[in-house]
Design a protein around this ligand. Structure first.
Ligand code: SF4
Length: 593
């Protein structure tokens, strides 16, 4: 008997069927990854297992059993006892999952087994915080969520999930908000704990590298259904993937080895799930679709040990592999007009130490200098907390600089008042990391895009409409997106909207702060291709803040590596990635999965 059995699971929310006939099993000590684009039904499957579906959601078919218990038949009181202690879940959005008015120590303690004495509780909380890499755990356990960075909040959620010593851990994009070295550490930690405790792990991810590194088996989801199931692991199980969708996903993943190639974004979108499907749900996007695909839904075909696929082509694998020729397009070279010059920029502020009245001076940005030309991309790389985002905010005048200067399009803008800075707002736009909080939830997308253009006097009213329609098409959103609200979109789509909003005012400089960290690989490829196109076609200067070194290889001409507020190494992207000189750059590169 498997630890978890999901049999023909079907979920409905109103007229939408986000999960339709999904089956898989997880053994104790095994890691199973569910992989797919946003909107494929991965997270909804996990929520159905936990019986935590959103309002209006219900399980309409199939069954879930855990440790021999049919979860659909348990009264809610028993299900509550099971959550956290039998099955724990690490959610995708640390911003909204932690209670803002409780200290993180109290929140972790709540998840510990009941009846533990207070001093033992405190020791356990400190131990868990230390295990997930929170510095100074004795002091930080008294902190509140707002005092932590996004990455630290995600670590706290992981500590909280592990506190109940669950037998099955469901991790929904558990490291999306973490930088690359921390991501590797956390994944190793989860993997080790799962193995040592014989814990089953259901890993939900859009990151093929993570699935390959972590999982024993992978299930690929598309439009509410599993379409392929196969062994994973570093031994190359995923390379045997057959389904055209899985193979497209693999081609969309950036890697250092394929630097300079154009990424294969998957054209089209996941179909709406409020309709009845006659044939294969991937038909409209599939490069290999042929006669039976549109009218007949494919059944499962077994291809090998633990490998099964749902595709009519399973009888003709040579057609799939023969059609895959990689397209190698070189990114355009840079121009010579300097758009941004940063000289000895400094930002410092005072932070509480956790002791009564204790304070210390933090030098978040400690004298950095660089220039950025028209049509050029500079990648600013480093772990979270190294000062990248603070530097970006100081460049845009959103955080006051303590020293140094910023020259934007030939004008020193450091220290300008908001009114005098206004003409330069249009020239420099930023796309933030968090697509959840960067869009006004009460405004329709059309109004969000219009707002910035109107405020900065870009285009006439009629012209704005045309610009916005063209932008939506360029970022891959349907025209009806204009009349919808941000909450109606997935995280990836919200990031596309944020990018469209920044581009709407035709900036010369675009600062992208981890723009793809929350996106699945197909959307990520679409965005990286889009940014490369903009750089080439419109001469956009791009400051690309990231911990994703693979993406750096695609997009940037130069890299500056930041550590503790300083740039420790800078140079041409191929030199730095191939021959890093600084030990910190070497450790960052060694952490790429
Ligand atoms: Fe493509 Fe047809 Fe296979 Fe669907 S069944 S993935 S449309 S070839």
């Amino acid at each position: 008997m498997s630890l978890l059995n999901v049999e023909n699971l079907g979920v409905r929310i109103g007229h939408v069927a986000p999960v339709d006939g999904v089956s898989f099993a997880i053994e104790a000590g095994e890691t199973f990854a569910l992989l797919g684009e946003s909107g494929s039904g991965k997270s909804m499957t996990a929520l159905a297992i936990m019986r935590l579906l959103p309002p209006g959601g219900r399980i309409v078919a199939g069954a879930v059993s855990f440790d021999g218990k049919a979860l659909g038949e348990l009264p809610e009181s028993q299900m509550r006892g099971l959550r956290g202690r039998g099955i724990a879940m690490i959610f995708q959005e640390p911003q909204t999952s932690l209670n803002p008015v409780m200290s993180i120590g109290e929140q972790i303690a709540e998840a510990l087994p009941p009846g533990m004495p207070r001093d033992e509780q405190a020791r356990a909380v400190r131990g868990l915080l230390e295990e997930v890499g929170i510095p100074e755990p004795a002091a930080r356990m008294h902190s509140y969520p707002f005092e932590l960075s996004g990455g630290q909040k995600q670590r706290v959620m992981i500590a909280q999930a592990l506190a109940g010593q669950p037998r099955l851990l469901i991790a929904d994009e558990p490291t999306t908000a973490l930088d690359v070295t921390l991501q590797a550490q956390i994944l190793q930690l989860i993997k080790r704990l799962a193995r040592e405790r014989g814990m089953g792990l259901l890993l939900i991810t859009h990151d093929l590298g993570v699935a390959r590194h972590m999982a024993d088996r992978v299930g690929i989801m598309y439009a509410g259904q599993l379409v392929e199931s196969l062994p994973a692991g570093r031994t190359g199980g995923l390379e045997q993937a057959f389904h055209p969708y899985t193979r497209k996903l693999m081609q969309a993943v950036p890697s250092l080895q394929r630097a300079g190639e154009r990424l294969a974004a998957i054209p089209g979108r996941v179909p709406a799930l409020d309709q009845a499907f006659a044939g294969c749900r991937f038909t409209e996007r599939c490069p290999h679709a042929f006669a039976p695909c549109a009218g007949t839904a494919p059944e499962w075909t077994r291809l090998g040990e633990g490998h099964a696929v749902r595709c009519h082509l399973a009888a003709h694998p040579e057609i799939v592999r023969a059609g895959e020729a990689a397209q190698a397009l070189r990114m355009a070279g840079a121009g010579s007009e300097t758009v941004l010059a940063v000289r000895d920029l400094r930002v410092s502020f005072t932070q509480r130490t956790g002791q009564l009245f204790g304070k210390r001076r933090i030098h978040a940005v400690d004298g950095i200098s660089f220039e950025l030309n028209r049509g050029e991309t500079l990648a600013l790389v480093g772990e979270s907390g190294c000062g990248k985002t603070t530097a970006a905010k100081a460049i845009l005048g959103l955080t006051p600089a303590s020293g140094g200067e910023v020259e934007l399009d030939g004008k020193i803008v450091t220290g300008l008042s908001e009114r005098r800075f206004k003409p330069y707002r249009r020239l420099a736009q930023i796309v933030f990391q968090d697509p959840y909080s960067s869009l006004n939830p009460r405004m329709r997308v059309g109004d969000i895009l219009q707002e910035g253009m109107a405020a900065l006097g870009v285009g006439g009213e009629a012209g704005r409409g045309q610009t916005i329609a063209a932008l939506l098409e360029k970022v891959g959103l349907a025209p009806d997106a204009l009349n919808r609200y941000p909450h109606e979109f997935s995280g990836g789509q919200r990031q596309l909207i944020a990018i469209a909003r920044a581009l709407a005012v035709r900036p010369k400089l675009l600062i992208c702060d981890e723009p793809t960290s929350a996106l699945d690989v197909s959307v990520q490829a679409q965005i990286l291709n889009l940014l490369a196109d903009l750089q080439r076609e419109e001469g956009l200067a791009l400051l690309f803040i990231t911990h994703n070194l693979a993406a750096v290889g695609y997009l940037a001409q130069r890299v500056a590596v930041m550590k503790a507020g300083r740039i420790v190494e800078t140079g041409a992207v191929h030199d730095i990635l191939a021959r890093p000189q600084h030990p910190y750059t070497q450790s960052l590169l060694a952490s790429v999965l």
